[in-house]
Write a protein that binds this ligand. Structure first.
Ligand code: SAH
Ligand code: SF4
Ligand code: F3S
Length: 448
């Protein structure tokens, strides 16, 4: 590649899970520290960072079409960096398939983006997909933006090896960041304006550490420590694995007021035979029992999950078992996907791959059930008055969007001269339910 002028503007676009969103924000901070500015709206940047996801084929292929389309106003290509899980899984292939790419930076190496940029300006293409575990976190600059909701990565990686999934290969083994570094980072997030923190990890409830007194603690202990931070009003965590749940975390939902009544707990299938072939190491029954215990600890808890339809060998009857499980749980929201064979995973070479039409039909039926339950959940909230954390302005004057404790989006209007601001916690009466959100009216101004 030819040497070029250093970029003046950047754009970071993140795909995939919230951990990618967190990493994307940190990369933007790093570039900002270098004096590179976010590109103005509607204008392509000098440097584009595509922060990619490898979880399903469609997501992974998208990066190549995106690279093909990138163009600056003068018709030239911007400098391109590919980050995230496609970078990790297909680093060398990207360099061959996409000559326009000058940097490939894996999820464990993104703190080295500025150094790679120096090389790229000299005309050198650079790849860094090492997995040195935790080094990147210490190397990152402080967040400058102050949004009321913030992500905090506490744990990374996965040792579960579900037979369909690439995450153990792209993100490596499970590691936990230290208790002290997390309490520090949470305090800084709150100082810069965060009122809600979502703790992130591919297996967030596998987090473990040692508290100030050197005692071993799990995620519940960390949550209890964060709940003591003044100015932090809400704590959430995602994504959990059924096998890493412990009594303390369940109990925390009944004991810690700041811990929100919401749990995302993927199940994938309602059939024990399918779960076994997926290597999920839980059964439908053990999963349902676990949810029951959460409901006992926190009766109003909203439940969410992930599903895969059309896993190799899934029969009609086994798919029906998934629908039965859904009927039993009544999720407040959920994510459902068609099985996508991923290179290098055991399921990709299993016999009895399911035909696309069968998957389509199963996904439609599953989503009809999930949508029915989501609407019913939203309707069950009508008439309640609850706290809403205000996230942004709506289209109309005096209209705002925020989240209820159950993670439901609520559009509300200011009433009787009370006014709201981004970051306020206000009381809103929920008046009308739609499939994806509720409408409400503000009953009390900022309460904290
Ligand atoms: N660690 C979390 C989430 C991992 S990825 C967990 O264990 O559940 C998010 C979701 O993507 C998964 O829960 C699963 O439903 C889906 N997924 C993962 N691999 C997939 C594949 N090969 N095909 C379709 N969906 C997949
Ligand atoms: Fe993937 Fe399973 Fe690990 Fe979740 S637990 S990240 S689905 S391997
Ligand atoms: Fe995708 Fe990687 Fe997250 S594959 S879902 S970006 S861990």
């Amino acid at each position: 590649m030819k040497p070029t002028n250093p970029p003046k503007t950047y754009r970071v676009t993140s795909f995939g899970c919230q951990m990618n969103v967190y990493a994307g924000e940190r990369m933007a901070d790093l570039l900002g520290e270098r004096g590179i500015a976010p590109a103005p709206q509607g204008e392509e940047a000098d440097l584009v960072v595509l922060n990619t996801c490898h979880i399903r084929e469609k997501a992974a292929e998208k990066v190549y079409s995106d690279i093909g389309r990138l163009k600056k106003p003068d018709g030239t290509k911007p400098m391109i960096a590919v980050a995230g899980c496609v970078a990790q899984a297909e680093g060398e292939e990207i360099m061959v398939r996409a000559p326009a790419v000058s940097m490939v930076v894996g999820p464990q190496a993104y703190h080295r983006l500025p150094d790679m940029l120096d090389k790229a300006v000299q005309g050198e293409r650079a790849t860094d997909t090492d997995m040195p575990a935790i080094a990147k976190f210490g190397a990152l600059p402080q967040r400058r933006r102050s949004t009321p909701t913030a992500f905090l990565t506490v744990q990374e990686g996965c040792d579960k090896f579900c037979t369909y999934c690439v995450v153990p290969y792209t993100r490596g083994a499970e590691i936990s960041r230290s208790y002290n570094s997390l309490v520090d980072e949470a305090c800084k997030l709150v100082e810069t304006g965060a009122r809600e923190i979502t703790l992130l990890g591919q297996n967030v409830n596998a987090w473990s550490g040692e508290d100030e007194a050197g005692r071993a603690v799990g995620l519940a202990g960390l949550i209890q420590a964060l709940a003591k931070i003044d100015g932090l009003e809400r704590i959430r965590y995602t994504t959990s694995h059924p096998n890493d749940m412990d009594d303390a975390l369940i109990a925390a939902h009944g004991e810690v007021d700041k811990l929100m009544p919401y749990l995302h707990l993927p199940v994938q299938s309602g059939s024990d035979r399918v779960l076994k072939t997926m290597n999920r190491s839980h059964t439908a029954e053990s999963y349902l029992r676990l949810l029951e215990r959460f409901r006992e600890a926190r009766p109003d808890i909203a439940l969410s999950g992930d599903f895969i339809v059309g896993f190799p060998g899934e029969t009609d009857a086994e798919f029906e078992e998934t629908l039965t499980l859904v009927d039993e749980v009544r999720y407040s929201q959920a994510f459902s996907f068609k099985y996508s064979p991923r290179p290098g995973t055991p399921a990709a070479t299993m016999e009895n791959q399911i035909a696309r039409e069968v998957m389509d039909e199963r996904l439609q039926r599953l989503q009809a059930s999930l949508n029915r339950d989501q609407l019913a959940f939203n309707q069950s909230l009508v008439g309640k008055t609850c706290d809403i954390l205000v996230e942004r302005k709506g289209k109309h004057d005096g209209q705002w969007l925020g989240k209820a404790p159950w993670l439901t989006s609520v559009w509300f209007t200011e009433e009787d001269g009370r006014s709201a601001e981004i970051g306020d916690l206000v009381q809103v009466e929920l008046i009308e339910a739609g499939p994806n959100s509720l409408q409400g009216a503000m009953r009390k101004a900022a309460i904290a």
